[in-house]
Write a protein that binds this ligand. Structure first.
Ligand SMILES: Nc1ncnc2c1ncn2[C@@H]1O[C@H](COP(=O)(O)OP(=O)(O)OP(=O)(O)O)[C@@H](O)[C@H]1O
Length: 636
């Protein structure tokens, strides 16, 4: 509860004493302090600025913060042994203590923190043997122990999820155990370890013997006799020692530079917060658009068309409603669905502007018989009637449960209309960034992954139509939702009907770097855009583009920088953080988003692989599904 946590934070401040400058702001609102994040008024993230802490760690104070998920005290001046008991911090996932001066051995309490995913103890003065207790931390993905004084042999650490591991520059010897043989060589630099993956071959009983050959250069480590081996070992040891010293000096230099840079750390965090705010503000735009749209109630499609055309100054004196009505039979339907209305009825329907897009304006039209459809008035159609018909027939023939069906079209010289099924829950964009008020529908993990899968399946269907078939305009406003929140991809096939947009559009934030002509978008560029959309689903942030003065972030780059900085869990939308038991799957989806947004098209997965991976992670989150997904309110 807040009072406990506030007291704890005050105590922490007192404990580290007047020697520090952090938390000099309003003490009554700890949850708003820089470096502190709270949920339900309990501190979940505590990041203290670099170079602000001296002395020993006030463990009794920290141990009160039982909701803590991330604790970062990196690049400070904390010393002494790591305090005895922080085992109450059972929620802790990320513990970053690198770049301090902690001494003595790794305390046992660490091995009871079963939620730990990232553990960074690098660049301290920890000593003693590396304990095998790390094997208890089965969720561990990162274990950084480099640049310490650990000695002796390396225990076998076999953790299924461990993908970042480093014990370089410690006094380790003996052979690299089996479970770690698959790690890269540079995980063991500056040690006397031997055997796979290192080039140095172990002496016969190197497993037990610290006198194992540390043949760094590995030259000549073949069939030589015992005396030769010894000679080699001596040389190699000297090489490694010199290498280590040089390495250490370099590292210290690096640390020094980092420490200096860290003083700019404050500014960086503020920037991220500012970016978030800007993103949120940008995200509210669709809500405003929706409100405007609501004001247009009562217009008819014909009136809307007429108003738009007279505003454009085109076809003076000619009412498109009349001219269109005169050609009533020209509304062309696709498929075998019953023709429940004709053009005249459509033009009489009351219309509401849904929004303006790249290809024209979209309206919601309610026909007199009660049928609701979405009508898109295309602008700037540059191709001939024959070509238009050919292309639109192709679009109308697409039939997949993850595409918004095109039901009919109308073509005349002045007016081109497309009639789609109306999607009652609107677009993913509006849902993610629209209404932030109390009436907002929360998007839980299950729904978000279902939307991701639906979008991938829709695009996969398009890609299956032929190697040169792509969507070309994947973004969250083109992912529409049915009443049960199933995703349907809209706007496919339109980029060949109209000319290129005259001004930059929102699609810019989704566009793959290699795309120069918006009408020539490869399948791998679709995958890129879908990747941005996955990141949007996970972070709750809208990708933006500088050209639109949105001053936002390049979403893929931002995510990558946060992940590189090891703040992975902090990229996620706050609404998602309550689904802690699926954090692994969230990280998997994040990785997929990052893979899809690879710079080079060849490095991106195919759409089928994307769909398969989403399906798999959905399956595995269903398996460990102890969470109770929120009931999603059905709105009418
Ligand atoms: N079939 C539909 N059902 C419900 N809402 C729709 C439908 N089609 C479009 N919309 C909504 O209408 C608005 C305008 O859509 P439109 O497709 O014209 O533009 P866009 O998606 O914002 O941009 P672009 O044209 O570049 O794809 C969007 O907010 C979209 O959510």
């Amino acid at each position: 509860d807040l009072s406990t946590d506030r007291a704890a934070l005050l105590a922490l401040r007192a404990a580290v004493g007047g020697r520090t400058l952090f938390w000099n702001t309003n003490l009554t609102t700890p949850c708003n302090w820089q470096g502190v994040q709270c949920e339900n008024n309990r501190v979940t993230v505590l990041r203290l600025p670099a170079s602000s802490l001296f002395g020993t760690l006030p463990a009794d104070t920290l141990s009160n913060l039982t909701a803590l998920r991330t604790l970062s005290l990196r690049l400070n001046h904390l010393s002494g042994p790591l305090p005895g008991d922080l085992s109450q911090l059972s929620q802790l996932r990320n513990l970053y203590l690198q770049g301090n001066q902690f001494t003595e051995s790794v305390p046992d309490f660490l091995f009871s923190l079963h939620s730990l995913v990232r553990l960074n103890l690098a660049s301290n003065n920890f000593s003693g043997e590396i304990p095998s207790g790390f094997n208890n931390l089965t969720r561990l993905r990162t274990l950084f122990l480099e640049n310490n004084q650990f000695s002796g042999s390396l225990p076998d650490i076999e953790l299924p999820n461990l993908d970042q591991f480093n014990v370089s520059f410690n006094n380790l010897n003996g052979s690299v155990p089996k479970g770690l043989a698959g790690k890269p060589k540079n995980a063991f630099l500056g040690t006397l370890l031997c055997g796979k993956p290192l080039d140095s071959v172990c002496a016969d009983n190197a497993g037990e013997s610290p006198a194992a050959s540390p043949s760094g250069s590995a030259n000549g480590s073949g069939n030589s006799g015992k005396s030769e081996k010894k000679k080699l070992s001596g040389g190699a040891i000297a090489g490694i020692v010199i290498g280590s010293v040089v390495g250490l000096i370099l590292l210290l230099l690096l640390l020094f530079i980092l420490c200096r840079k860290r003083s700019g750390n404050k500014a960086r965090s503020v920037d991220v917060a500012a970016i978030k705010n800007q993103e949120n503000e940008a995200g509210e735009k669709p809500a405003a658009e929706a409100e405007n749209a609501g004001m247009n109630n009562g217009f008819s499609v014909a009136a809307a068309a007429a108003a738009a055309m007279s505003a454009n100054g085109s076809t003076k004196g000619e009412n498109p409603a009349n001219s269109a009505a005169a050609a009533a039979k020209k509304l062309v339907f696709f498929g075998n669905a019953p023709r429940v209305f004709d053009l005249e009825e459509l033009l009489r329907a009351s219309a509401e502007v849904l929004g303006k897009g790249t290809f024209g304006t979209a309206y919601k039209a309610v026909l007199e018989v009660g049928t609701v459809v979405a009508v898109k008035r295309l602008k700037d159609v540059t191709i001939s009637e024959r070509e238009f018909k050919e292309k639109i027939e192709g679009v109308g023939a697409m039939d997949n449960e993850n595409l918004v069906p095109l039901r009919a079209y109308y073509y005349s010289r002045e007016e081109k209309l497309l009639v789609y099924d109306y999607m009652p829950m609107g677009s993913l964009s509006a849902l993610l960034h629209g209404n932030k008020g109390a009436g907002r529908t929360p998007l839980n993990w299950e729904i978000r992954t279902r939307i991701a899968l639906g979008a991938a399946r829709g695009i996969e269907y398009l890609h299956f139509q032929g190697h040169s078939v792509s969507h070309g305009n994947i973004k969250s406003s083109n992912i529409l939702l049915t009443k049960s929140y199933d995703a349907r991809v809209s706007d496919f096939g339109l980029n060949h009907l109209v000319g290129p947009p005259s001004s930059p559009t929102r699609v810019a934030g989704y566009r793959a770097p290699e795309v120069t002509d918006p009408r020539k978008v490869s399948q791998k560029a679709d995958v890129y855009s879908l990747g941005v959309l996955l990141l949007e689903l996970l972070t709750g942030k809208a990708p933006t583009h500088a050209l639109l003065n949105e001053e936002g972030v390049d979403l893929p780059r931002w995510v990558q920088s946060v992940v590189r900085e090891e703040w992975t869990s902090e990229v996620f939308d706050l609404e998602l953080l309550r689904y802690q038991n699926v954090e692994d799957e969230m990280v998997q989806l994040l990785q997929l988003g990052i893979d899809c947004t690879a710079q080079y098209p060849d490095n991106r997965p195919s759409i089928s692989e994307v769909a398969r991976r989403i399906e798999e992670l959905r399956r595995s989150s269903l398996r460990d599904n102890q969470d109770q997904p929120d009931h999603v309110r059905e709105t009418d």
